[in-house]
Design a protein around this ligand. Structure first.
Ligand SMILES: C[S@@+](CC[C@H](N)C(=O)[O-])C[C@H]1O[C@@H](n2cnc3c(N)ncnc32)[C@H](O)[C@@H]1O
Length: 359
């Protein structure tokens, strides 16, 4: 390795532009705390629902302190998360800012993802140790904010695409679910995908499975709140031992790569499916080569994969460690090793690819 004395001197222009990029990134990192506060105190919600406000008006509406709110509003305006009118001194949200930051049920809601970054920072001591030892850090060993954040990060995408695009893209599956069929949602976490499907297909039965007990508890509460009765049930099980057979559809949402033995999971899914059934594998969008993924979305996934997905896989048997950017070719290899005869990309979004595997 070249030491500082012998290393080539940096090009001053390139150095400055790199420093500007880092300043922008630091601004994003410094926004995490203000974003958490803005959501928890209802500041974004009040801005999204109301007229342009002064700091005092927003503080009054949210029962918060004007001085803090004023500083917060300036940070948000500097971030481009709210707009500031220099003449009136008021702040407001555009419809686009409100859709992403102000309305929790919007399919574009973004704030759910923020706690994922918090979970990653909290896990830093364990991950640092894992780098040294090569051991895993189980999904269940993370701070509980990860489980909430995961559901809230993925749910808006499922709301936008699952019922209207992804299921119709799976050959013949929508008609079967309309008529009445049995579905397993494995690695279901808090059950966001299971519940959306159960609401859309009232003649079908949905069974969510996850090895993580607290997530199953949350999923049960959410299903009860949605009034889905025994058409949508949740149980603790792993991807290699979940019960039932003759499923028309088995779905894995953003979880195959988190598993230690995805090939073993593929074998079990193969044995649990009906002959004309399908396995829907929703995975993070990724190309097959590292260079395909060196973009803003790959940046998020590779970072999360370093702190969450790869350690989760390494904490389980086999510990394959596919990583969150495995790409379709590698995923197809793993899926086919479980006995599946065909795998095709049925749908995609900027964040996800949807693979359809057939026995
Ligand atoms: C990234 S989360 C996705 C959760 C959910 N599918 C969603 O989209 O919101 C990964 C999930 O896989 C679950 N998981 C990991 N390994 C598993 C295994 N071997 N068997 C069953 N579930 C597993 C975790 O507990 C976690 O809930």
């Amino acid at each position: 390795m070249a030491d500082q004395a012998t290393a080539p001197a940096p090009n001053p222009d390139k150095l400055m532009s790199f420093m500007f990029k880092l300043v922008g990134d630091l601004g994003a990192m410094a926004s995490i705390g203000p974003m958490l506060i803005g959501e928890k105190l209802g500041l974004y919600k009040a801005l999204a629902e109301g007229n342009p406000v002064t700091p005092e008006e927003l503080a009054n509406a949210t029962h918060t302190n004007e001085r803090y709110v004023r500083e917060w509003l300036c940070s948000q305006a500097a971030s481009g998360f709210v707009d500031h009118d220099a003449t009136s001194g008021r702040f407001h949200m555009t419809p686009e800012q409100a859709a992403a930051l102000g309305h929790e049920n919007s399919p574009f809601y973004f704030l759910g993802a923020i706690e994922m970054a918090v979970a990653m920072v909290r896990a830093e001591p364990q991950i640092l140790e894992a780098f040294r030892t090569g051991q895993g850090v189980g999904w269940h060993e993370h701070d509980a904010c990860l489980f909430r954040a995961t559901e809230r990060f993925f749910r808006p995408g499922y709301m936008r695409h699952l019922i209207t695009e992804w299921i119709p893209a799976m050959e013949g599956i929508k008609a079967k679910l309309d008529a009445g069929a049995s579905v397993a949602d494995v690695g279901c976490g808090h059950g966001a995908s299971t519940i959306l499907m159960a609401q859309a297909f009232p003649n079908s039965k949905f069974h969510g499975f996850d090895y993580h007990g607290p997530s199953i508890e949350s999923a049960r509460k959410a299903a009860a709140a949605a009034g889905l009765g025994d058409r949508c049930v949740f149980d603790i099980a792993t991807a290699k031992d979940f019960p039932g057979n003759d499923y028309t559809l088995v779905a894995f949402f953003d979880c195959l790569h988190d598993m230690g033995d995805p090939a073993g999971a593929a074998r079990h899914v193969h044995s649990a499916l009906a002959k004309d059934g399908a396995w829907m594998v929703v995975e993070p969008a990724a190309g097959d080569n590292v260079s395909d993924n060196l973009n803003p979305i790959g940046r998020i996934y590779y970072s999360a994969s370093t702190f969450i997905c790869t350690p989760a896989s390494r904490a389980q048997e086999v510990g394959l460690g596919l990583g969150a950017q495995a790409g379709q070719a590698r995923l197809t290899e793993v899926i086919k090793s479980g006995g599946f005869s065909s795998v095709r990309r049925a749908a995609e979004t900027p964040f996800n690819m949807v693979l359809e595997a057939r026995p």
